[in-house]
Design a protein around this ligand. Sequence first.
Ligand SMILES: [Zn+2]
Length: 113
Amino acid sequence: MHELSIVLGIVDIAASTVQKANAHKVDRIELEIGELAGIETDALLFAWDTAIKNTVLARAKRDIHYVPGKARCLDCGELFDMHQLYDPCPKCNNYLNEIIQGRELKVKALTVS
Ligand SMILES: [Zn+2]
């Protein structure tokens, strides 16, 4: 499962952050997930509960910030909300668009102790 490998990657990041800080565990983790990142949130949360057992994240409070997709049409310059990758420009129907935001998938903040 794609989402499981993502969570395992996050566990790695958390573990090395805890180690560098000479801490023991993560109290809080903030994630940023873009609408266009190709992540199934339900699958991610399901994988999360399995993957964090017995890790530094086991007791961490989790906050997820969802980032809406936005794109700019490379033809007419229209800025629009993109809900799926490769949605066309709503004004001129052009498919060549620059994605401005919504592809992020990252650990935004970690609080360790
Ligand atoms: Zn356009």
